[in-house]
Structure formats: structure tokens, C-alpha cells
Design a protein around this ligand. Sequence first.
Ligand code: NAG
Ligand code: NAG
Ligand code: NAG
Length: 338
Amino acid sequence: MKFYLCILALSLEACFAAPGLDPAFDDHWQLWKTWHGKEYHEKEEGWRRMIWEKNLKMIELHNLDHSLGKHSYTLGMNQFGDMTNEEFSQVMNGFRFTETERKYTGSLFLEPNFSEAPKSVDWREKGYVTPVKTQAHCGSCWAFSATGSLEGQHFRKTGKLVSLSEQNLMDCSWPEGNEGCHGGDTIAAFQYLKRNGGIDSEDSYPYIAKDRLECLYKPEYKAANETGFVRIPSGHEKALMKAVAAVGPISVSIDAHHHNFRFYKSGIFYEPTCSTWNLTHAVLAVGYGFEGAEKDNKKYWIVKNSWNKTWGDNGYILMAKDRNNHCGIATRASYPLV
Ligand SMILES: *[C@@H]1O[C@H](CO)[C@@H](O)[C@H](O)[C@H]1NC(C)=O
Ligand SMILES: *[C@@H]1O[C@H](CO)[C@@H](O)[C@H](O)[C@H]1NC(C)=O
Ligand SMILES: *[C@@H]1O[C@H](CO)[C@@H](O)[C@H](O)[C@H]1NC(C)=O
């Protein structure tokens, strides 16, 4: 097969760049490229295809294992199929603890006196959640996580769902220690919002997926206020559950560095190697629930990501709940006060 490819190849370079590509995938590769709007230089295409085939095989094997009962979730090919793990983690995992960690001024969540929190909650059904957004090739997850919970709290207060500006947070919260596309911290974003008194709308301050050193915030386009923020006691999923039930969508950070997270498609994400403290990605918990009977290992958090609707389950992931703070979802949870 390799030999055949080499004879057909127009140049030696292309031949060396693309050893062992499986011609059975030719049509799928073309379709995938078209679907996701990918274009490559001639020299690049061979090795991109190689990475893509490797990921495709990994996905197929995982799904075969899933059909044999070995996993609780499936994987699917998506727009990230042509990236290596290293490339992917550089670009997509933008969560960093900042200096503000030590001097933040938020208050601690006081558990409401529910006799019992509801067994399932989904704030999407109540109008608290904007459509899934796309951070693109920029480590700005922290900004999307922050706008997500503020959009929810703003809706709770005013009854109006307004999409808020991540670029506003990225351009203007450098003093709080955030670094635009190179990572940041949701809590530092809340601190900026408190200092600034509010945030512009997405429409008036659009996302460009690039670092900008100049802050273009305009008070006349302010679309939401923030007066402070609240932290959920670290590591307590029960407290997070009560917060989600009582307050609305909550900003959370997770360990997303496992390559299966990148290709998640459906089911309840559970990865034994997931860490509770090595948080790499910021997202939004918009609810929780359970599958089948209410058994311990069938509970999940409903999590909104910012990797477009083409990722995961229409942009969402179900993450294992009440399994020892899986992937650190309750390690660093917070929400803004409006
Ligand atoms: C819950 O109830 C306890 C005991 O009645 C009380 O001490 C506590 O302040 C209450 N918590 C909140 C958040 O109201
Ligand atoms: C922000 O708060 C001020 C004072 O309470 C209020 O007048 C204004 O309408 C609020 N702005 C938004 C966008 O909610
Ligand atoms: C923590 O996550 C980073 C980023 O994905 C990864 O490179 C590193 O190996 C992880 N560290 C540990 C100790 O797992």
C-alpha cells in the first residue's frame, strides 16, 4: 500500500510526508475537510491526514469498547481531528490560576436551607443559557465561563437573556492577571467586572479570538452589572449541586487534558485518570441529572463548553457527578452577583 501511494505521489516530499495513508478514507477526508472548512498547504496535508486517521482509529476503538460495555460515553470525530495532543492543549486549555487566587475578595457560598435539592435541574429549559459559542484557536475559555454565569444571573434578575462580551473581559482584565488568548481565570474576570461595574454586550463588543492590549469598553453599551461574586466551598459537589439548583448556571473549571475529552460525543464522561486539582479548562455547569435509575454512577452534571455546537453533544457534555469530584468540577466553582 505504501509503495502504491509513493508511485502516485507527485513529489518525493509528499511521499515521505504521507506514509501509510489508508485510501479507503479518501472520500471521508475530503468530506471532513469541506464540512469543517479546512484548507492546507500541499506539504501540510499529508501529515494532517495522518494525525486525522490516527484519531479516527482511536475513536473507532473507543466506541467498539463502549459497545462492549467498557465505557459510559462515546467519542466522535470533530473539528479537532487534525491536531496533535500537544497542539490541542496549547490552543484550547486556557485556564490558569492567577495571583488573584490569594487575594480574592468574593464571599463564600452559604448553602440554602432546602430540605432536599431537586434531583435534576436544567437551566437551558428556563431561558438562562445563550446558544453555544466558539472560542476558536484561543485559550479564552475562562472568559466564556464567566460570561455564561453572568448571562444566567442577569436573566434571573431582569428576565432578559443578553449575550455578553468575552472580548471585553479579554481586553480589559490584564490588570487582574488574565492573559487573553494565553489563559486566564474566571474569578479574576469577576474581579475585573466588579472593578468596572459591568460588561458590554456581545453585539457591541464582538469576539475576535485574538489578544488586544487596548480596552475598548464603553459604558453606554453596558449590558449587565456585576457587584461581586461568590465561591462555592472547594471540592464539595453537594454544595455545588445546591448552588446550581438555587442560583442558576455556575462557572466551573475542570481537568480536560485527557484526549478523550477532545472527542467526547455522548453519554456520561468518566475517565479514571482525570485529576481533581490539575484544572486546565473553564466551562459552565447549567444543570444536573441522572440516567436510568438513580444509581450513584449514573448521575451527571450538564456542562456547556465553548467549542462550538460541532463538539460533543451539540456543544455540551455530561460529566460524572458525585464520584469524588470527578475531573475537579467542584474544585473551583463560582458565580457573579448582579
Ligand atoms: C439555615 O438554617 C440554619 C438553622 O436554622 C441557620 O443557622 C442558617 O443560617 C440557615 N442558612 C441560610 C443560608 O439561611
Ligand atoms: C445596572 O445597575 C443600575 C443601578 O442599579 C441600573 O440603573 C442599570 O439599569 C443596570 N444596568 C443593566 C444593564 O442592568
Ligand atoms: C496537568 O495538565 C497539563 C495540561 O494538560 C498536563 O500537561 C500535565 O501533564 C498535567 N499534570 C499532571 C501532574 O497530571
